[in-house]
Design a protein around this ligand. Structure first.
Ligand code: BV8
Ligand code: ZN
Length: 254
């Protein structure tokens, strides 16, 4: 990333009335959260179709809960990095909608840290794929907090619904499942109205999330990509900043 590229991207963002920021697992990499398809990728040791699908959960709820229990422990020890904080500060200033594919909750933690006693609302992200630390009942859909350790040693010790006693699941969107219609509509609506879509730390492989920047492009907006590596979106970006989010975002948004 050259100073000229950074200046060009800064000018695009400063000139934008409305910005949508779309983030993926890469923005949390420097917080210690493993990405999905990187070297230490989560999927490396597991295959998505083995674990992050409703079929897998029906077939082997113990294995799926064991994986999510491990992720909760790992992610629970992570804190937002300078990239999350820079985005939260910019979003609190107004004019930016934050949309994330991540389920780690680090954008929300960053929003509350930056807002302090002020209202964090403007920096709370639209969570396309749900939340790792939230449970949903497989029968009555009641939501509950899911932070503690998960005992996946047998069916009897798996998390149960406090209201109806049925088996709980992590409140995330699995492959083959629909995303929340309201969240999708808000995300695509914001992208269609945006002058710039800032795309940070995503391989742009998972749909429909990967279509969000296209909604900005279709309305004549531009894309700025922050990613150390090339992605299928890179060729559509007006500015590409090839660097890690925790370094690039403070320089870009600071
Ligand atoms: C659906 C939650 C259908 C669970 C996740 C074509 C069109 C439409 C759909 C499909 C299609 N083809 C296939 C599909 C189905 C599928 C899909 O897109 N598959 C892909 C693999 C091709 N989509 C779905 O199933 C979706 N549902 O379409 O429903 C439907 C329709 C009608 C009726 C019924 C159903 C649901 C998708 C959601 C799946 N759930 N997660 C959980 O987390 O446990 S997806 C999972 O991947 C995560 O959410 C993650 O966020 C997401 C995307 O990955 P990334 O975030 O991009 O992370 P990745 O590791 O891939 O990349 C990291 C990037 O960061 C890299 O580029 C790297 O270079 C960069 N990076 C690394 N370090 C840094 C960095 N960047 C910056 N700084 C750094 N330091
Ligand atoms: Zn229930």
């Amino acid at each position: 990333m050259t100073p000229g590229e950074l200046e060009g991207a800064r000018a695009l963002l400063e000139g934008a009335r409305r910005v949508v920021a779309l983030t993926g697992a890469g923005i949390s990499a420097e917080s210690g959260v493993p990405t999905f398809r990187g070297e230490d990728g989560l999927w490396k040791s597991f295959r998505p179709e083995d674990l992050a699908t409703p079929e897998a959960f029906r077939r082997d709820p113990l294995l799926v809960w064991e994986w999510y229990g491990w992720r909760r422990e790992k992610v629970g020890a992570c804190t937002p990095n300078a990239g999350h904080l820079a985005l939260a500060r910019r979003a609190l200033g107004g004019g930016m909608t934050l949309v994330t594919q991540n389920v780690d909750g680090l954008h929300e933690t960053a929003a509350r840290a930056v807002a302090g006693a002020a209202d964090p609302e403007a920096a709370l992200p639209l969570e396309l794929h749900g939340a790792l630390f939230r449970n949903r009942c497989t029968r009555c859909a009641a939501l509950s907090e899911g932070r503690g350790p998960v005992d996946a040693s047998c069916l009897e010790t798996l998390p149960r619904c406090p209201s109806c006693g049925a088996l709980l699941r992590p409140d995330v969107v699995w492959f083959g499942e629909m995303l929340d219609a309201k969240v999708l509509q808000a995300s695509f609506g914001a992208a269609a109205a945006a002058d710039v879509c800032l795309v940070v730390g995503t391989s742009s492989l998972v749909y429909p999330a990967a279509s969000i920047p296209l909604a900005t492009l279709e309305r004549g907006g531009t894309v700025v990509e922050v990613n150390p590596h090339e992605t299928p979106l890179s060729s559509r970006a007006r500015a590409v900043l090839r660097g890690p989010a925790a370094q690039v975002l403070p320089a870009l948004l600071g």
